[in-house]
Design a binder for this molecule. Structure first.
Ligand SMILES: Cc1cc2nc3c(=O)[nH]c(=O)nc-3n(C[C@H](O)[C@H](O)[C@H](O)COP(=O)(O)OP(=O)(O)OC[C@H]3O[C@@H](n4cnc5c(N)ncnc54)[C@H](O)[C@@H]3O)c2cc1C
Length: 402
């Protein structure tokens, strides 16, 4: 099991290109297959904290990512006519000022893609259909490209990972649903939001708008609580219809105008808010990284950091194991497991308070917003928990180790 050199990664978002970057730096030949025809646009701001900032620094892109910081200042809670009921500053929302970073998700994918596009072989508009593990490695069939054998296959293909399904079985075994659905899309900044977000909450539902790219545009957001829904994961039009039905009768604040913008958006993102919990992240010469293995949910604000750190550790352990993928995957889990669990806990805690389910809870939240002492103490506690979790992994210097 020496001289392992050819690695296939499924998924070109955050975990995939970050892993490819490090593997290439250690001398592996890397191919990435992505189902979409090009880099996927869209998404809200994503947070990068703690150990993940060290990873960006070691990749030499920290300055680029910092330059793309959203510079958001906070969240305003509004009522049905847009009157501000309360505010939370960005600094009190778990972000450590001048240390943590928030970037639009697609700004980060652009940076990672530009870093890797000349050295990594990207295959777009394709997907793995079968992985057969043999003595020679993993024989992979694709929907369109011709079959090839790789020494290892890594699934970096998100919450609904295809590699996970092909290797470990149905997603239902690993998914922990948090009872909410989220949709995000680009719209114009017609409210002239100035580096801030506005949220309007009604029982079981939140509508939001977020200024983006230095106020030149905005992101609309719909979040709602629901029992598990059956819908076509690859059909954005039917997902838009589902949101339109859920929010169609709500006339407060900007709901109707945002529903209209959503219909026209070409970067519409919709997903269930859930976590992935697996007893192990590898089987033979196949392993998982990022959301595919341990998605903590957008509510944790830690999905991107886990993906960056996971990619760094997995590549480093593959280098250190000198071709013994089984040793590498075991070491990867040993380094990452406790860190992942701490960060997943943040998502579970946040889920409890994300969308108030009753009028009573909304009134309670409104009262709390009017008592700065309660808000400050609560967010101090949350920030402490996030800082601890975000730094809860020791990063070896794999470039120095033999
Ligand atoms: C379009 C989009 C918008 C998002 N918006 C937000 C947001 O607003 N807030 C937030 O917290 N998180 C968001 N996320 C999730 C966030 O990017 C991840 O939680 C985190 O960054 C970890 O990234 P990842 O690379 O592990 O997974 P992901 O970012 O989910 O990337 C998975 C990639 O795999 C690709 N893929 C899926 N199936 C296949 C297949 N069969 N074959 C090949 N490729 C496949 C996907 O197209 C995608 O490019 C979004 C993800 C996407 C794809």
């Amino acid at each position: 099991m020496t001289n392992m050199r050819r690695i296939l990664i499924s998924g070109a978002s955050i975990a995939g290109p970050a892993l490819a970057y490090w593997l290439n730096r250690y001398g592996f030949h890397v191919t990435i297959v992505e189902r979409a025809p090009a880099l996927r646009r869209g998404g809200f701001g994503v947070d990068i904290r703690g150990a993940a900032i060290t990873v960006l620094e070691r990749m030499g892109i920290l300055h680029h990512v910092r330059a793309a910081d959203t510079q958001m200042t906070g969240v305003y809670f509004v009522d049905s006519i847009g009157k501000i009921k309360g505010q939370i500053s960005e600094a009190s929302m778990g972000n450590v000022h001048d240390v943590d970073i928030e970037v639009m998700r697609d700004d980060l994918t652009d940076i990672l893609y530009n870093l890797t596009k000349d050295t990594i072989h990207y295959i777009w508009d394709d997907s793995i259909t079968a992985i057969q593990q043999t003595e020679e490695g993993a024989k992979v069939q694709f929907a369109h490209s011709k079959s090839q054998t790789f020494d290892a296959v890594i699934g970096a293909d998100g919450l609904h990972s295809n590699v996970r399904k092909l290797t470990f079985g149905d997603e239902s075994q690993f998914k922990r649903t948090l009872g909410c659905y989220i949709s995000v899309f680009t719209t114009s900044n017609y409210l002239n939001l100035n580096y801030c977000q506005q949220f309007y909450t009604i029982p079981g539902k939140t509508v939001g708008m977020y200024s983006a790219h230095h106020n030149t545009e905005a992101k609309g957001m719909f979040v709602f609580k629901s029992a598990p829904l059956k819908y076509d994961k690859h059909n954005p039009e039917s997902q838009k219809q589902l949101i339109a039905e859920t929010f169609g009768s709500d006339t407060g604040w900007e709901t109707q105008r945002l529903l209209q913008s959503m219909k026209e958006a070409d970067d519409f993102y919709f997903d269930e808010i859930c976590q992935i919990h697996m007893p192990t992240w590898s089987k033979g010469c196949v392993a998982l990284v990022g959301d595919a293995a341990y998605g903590p949910s957008p509510l944790s604000g830690q999905g991107t950091s886990l993906a960056l750190v996971g990619a760094y550790v997995l590549a480093g352990e593959l280098k250190s194991a000198k071709g013994n993928y089984s040793n590498a995957f075991t070491a990867y889990e040993q380094v990452m497991r406790a860190y992942v669990e701490k960060n997943q806990k943040i998502g579970l805690t946040a889920a409890e308070g994300m969308v108030a389910s009753s009028r009573f809870k909304i009134i309670l939240q409104d009262c709390m917003l009017r008592v700065p002492f309660i808000m400050t103490s609560m967010f101090k506690m949350i920030t402490k928990m996030i800082v601890k979790a975000a730094n809860g992994v020791e990063l070896k210097d794999y470039l120095k180790s033999g």
